[in-house]
Design a binder for this molecule. Structure first.
Ligand SMILES: Cc1ncc(COP(=O)(O)O)c(C=O)c1O
Length: 392
């Protein structure tokens, strides 16, 4: 991974490094397109194989059939395209957690402005305890926030700011009992690639969540270590039956030449038009490499081992307070540091080629650990934070 050379990297939740074999696969794919095509009868079967292969791999990773998996460009388009295609009625209420990404929140605001919807907030930001108490509190908060008009709940699987894991399957079960069966939109930016979503024995670690959500949207460029510009979304059968394409294009059509009347019945109705096919080979290669190093359940254990070690070591430094009261459930470690602005600390760490990021709400620093994170890197970060925060 060239991106990991000459630096100490903790921004996996922002973007994962691309392994060299994945970059080589992208280049090879580009070569094949030029050799076979680019726009000849010879290339169509190859293209179908590329698209089908990645769709199958992402569907398997999510634990859904391929018919429920649409290829997208990023997390946000995976959230927004199906969301805007749902049958809204003026007065419907959107219940959005207070830990959602600004892009998704902005899209919900614009949707509500245009369709006359209202927005209310599901409070999860302060839930910093163990998974059992967090699950109980999320369900209590949900109970208190649902109204007869609630039509959509937006909740990330792994909160990008506190690093807490949300009980998506329990939330989905509760929503099924609501008379209006609100849609469940899950931002899976931080969970795909880090959580074992399709290992039935790992329900406590998030398995089953992609299959029960109506919209489970993710990207390949974070924890999957794929190229930027390629993601996916798992969609429920119910959504596929009721939602119309938002940006319908030739790839949304069941038959391109039938006058444009019939959309695909499956998730392809949310795919649009020409996109960058070589990226597919890169993401597929990255997924294979991750799997070869450690299958999903084992990968989470490796990620946790490092994040928990970091959480503990940082928490022992004077004036450094992890947001979570318990060891992190996955790879995100957020801390507040007394007496220093997070931005200034990130800048000073960057001068030492140690890369992490700030978050605005809660205002803190976030370091992510992946299976590539080494003990030496953890020590380097902890020593640097200790040195930079030591009273003069
Ligand atoms: C939780 C969350 N949602 C959405 C996004 C946006 O991702 P994308 O640019 O792939 O749409 C991010 C990116 O950091 C994120 O962390």
């Amino acid at each position: 991974m060239p991106a990991l050379a000459h630096k100490t990297y903790f921004n996996y939740g922002g973007q994962g490094p691309l392994p060299s074999p994945s970059l080589a696969a992208i280049n090879a794919s580009w070569g094949t397109i030029q050799e076979l095509g680019p726009f000849t009868a010879d290339i169509w079967p190859w293209l179908e194989q590329e698209v089908g292969g990645l769709r199958g791999a992402l569907a398997a990773l999510c634990g859904v059939p391929p018919e429920r998996l649409a290829l997208t460009e990023n997390v946000t388009s995976g959230c927004v395209l199906p969301l805007w295609g749902l049958p809204w009625q003026a007065g419907d209420e959107l219940l959005i957690s207070d830990c959602e990404h600004p892009g998704v929140v902005a899209a919900c605001r614009e949707l509500s402005r245009r369709e006359g919807l209202t927005i209310s907030t599901l409070a999860v930001k302060e839930l910093r305890g163990d998974l059992t108490s967090t699950s109980t509190s999320v369900l209590e908060a949900l109970e208190a926030s649902l109204t007869p008009r609630t039509r959509l709940v937006v909740l990330s699987h792994l909160l990008w700011n506190t690093g807490q894991l949300m009980p998506i399957t329990a939330v989905a079960q509760r929503l099924e009992q609501h008379p209006r069966r609100p849609w469940l939109l899950v931002d899976a930016a931080q969970s795909v690639g880090s959580l074992p979503l399709s290992s039935p024995e790992a329900e406590a670690s998030g398995a089953g969540a992609a299959a029960v959500a109506d919209i489970y949207a993710f990207t390949g460029h974070k924890w999957c270590c794929g190229p930027e510009g390629l993601g996916g979304v798992a969609l429920s059968e119910r959504l596929l039956a009721e939602a119309q394409p938002t940006m319908g294009g030739w790839r949304s059509l069941a038959q391109e030449n039938d006058g444009g009347s019939a959309w695909h019945r499956d998730a392809r109705r949310f795919e649009v038009a020409t996109s960058c096919v070589p990226l597919l080979a890169g993401l597929r290669r990255s997924l294979e490499l991750l799997e070869a190093v450690a299958p999903a359940a084992e990968r989470l254990e490796l990620i946790q081992k490092r994040s928990q070690q970091l959480w503990q070591s940082l928490g022992q430094l004077p004036g450094v307070h992890p947001l979570l009261e318990v060891p992190p459930p996955a790879g995100l470690v957020s801390v507040v540091v007394e007496g220093t602005s997070p931005g200034e600390l990130v800048r000073q760490l960057g001068e030492r080629a140690i890369w992490l990021r700030t978050l605005d709400d809660p205002h803190c620093l976030r370091a992510c650990t992946h299976i590539t994170t080494t003990e030496a890197e953890l020590e380097r970060l902890v020593e640097a934070v200790a040195e930079l925060t030591r009273p003069a």
